[in-house]
Design a binder for this molecule. Structure first.
Ligand SMILES: [Zn+2]
Length: 269
């Protein structure tokens, strides 16, 4: 039985400067305290909030473990690049957690690393840790031989990837076509506003103001899994549904009703 949930804030920078084009900081977009309040109203366990997991539970080998968990190719199961330069990069990323895009990590390896970083008296399953991270994480798809980005990895601790929310579910097909068309014309990726205006269909973009609301269900999924041993809900539109497309994500996380009838009995307010 889970009797306590501890949610960890993602990194946030103090203030975005004007030269910072907004890359990577989720300051103000992910409100973990609001997520914790939402969760506390729905489950029978205490919910608290701590600062960054990677600050609270820092171990000496963390940078090396992150380097080992790097996915090196989308089609290559083996991970890891522990050359000194990479470890230095990971050390810098831990110190200055502005997201430096493009790196994908094996969620299973990161989860094992963070599990062993937990203090022994908090590692039991009656205390669920939910680490909200500003890193892209993935799991290997044995059925299709490639890595898949994830919004969350269930277990202890549960990992929640903020970039995963934007990048893991597929966007409407026309989005990719528009992006390709723009690249052919200008040799460049189109600005986000262009895509948003030209693409019909709904999807979340980086730093989307709906981020906090959308993440609530993914945190509840972590509790549901540890408490009941069940992963996702099959019913589209339920907060526990694992959407593969952005439109499904928006339907599940941001539109009423919050839950299917079965899960409304468990978590409805
Ligand atoms: Zn459900």
């Amino acid at each position: 039985m889970v009797d306590r949930v501890i949610c960890y804030r993602p990194p946030s920078t103090i203030a975005a400067t004007e030269t910072d084009s907004g890359s990577g900081t989720n300051d103000g977009v992910v409100d973990v305290d609001a997520i914790a309040d939402w969760l506390a109203a729905r489950i029978d366990a205490s919910v608290s909030v701590r600062d960054r997991f990677l600050e609270e539970h820092r171990t000496d080998d963390l940078a090396e473990r992150f380097a080992e968990a790097r996915v090196t190719s989308p089609y290559e199961r083996d991970t890891g690049n522990t050359m000194l330069g990479t470890i230095r990069y990971e050390e810098r990323a831990l110190e200055n957690p502005d997201r430096e895009g493009g790196v994908l990590y094996d969620g299973g390896q990161i989860q094992r690393t963070l599990n062993s970083a937990l203090p022994a008296d908090e590692r039991g399953l009656e205390t669920l840790h939910v680490a909200v991270l500003d890193r892209a994480i993935g799991t290997w798809g044995a059925h299709d031989g490639r890595w898949h980005k994830r919004v969350n990895v269930l277990g202890q601790p549960a990992l929640i990837s903020v970039p995963g929310l934007y990048e893991a579910p597929a966007k409407p097909e026309v989005y990719y076509k528009e992006k390709q068309r723009h690249a052919l014309l200008s040799g460049d990726a189109p600005p986000r506003e262009v895509l948003e205006n030209q693409v019909d269909g709904e999807f979340l973009v980086e730093n989307d103001p709906r981020t906090t609301d959308a993440l609530k269900g993914y945190v509840l999924q972590a509790y549901h899994y540890l408490q009941r041993g069940e992963a996702f809900c099959d019913r589209e539109g339920c907060r526990l549904y694992n959407a593969h497309y952005h439109e499904g994500l928006i339907d599940a996380q941001l539109r009423d009703p919050e839950f299917c009838s079965e899960h409304a009995r468990l978590y409805g307010t």
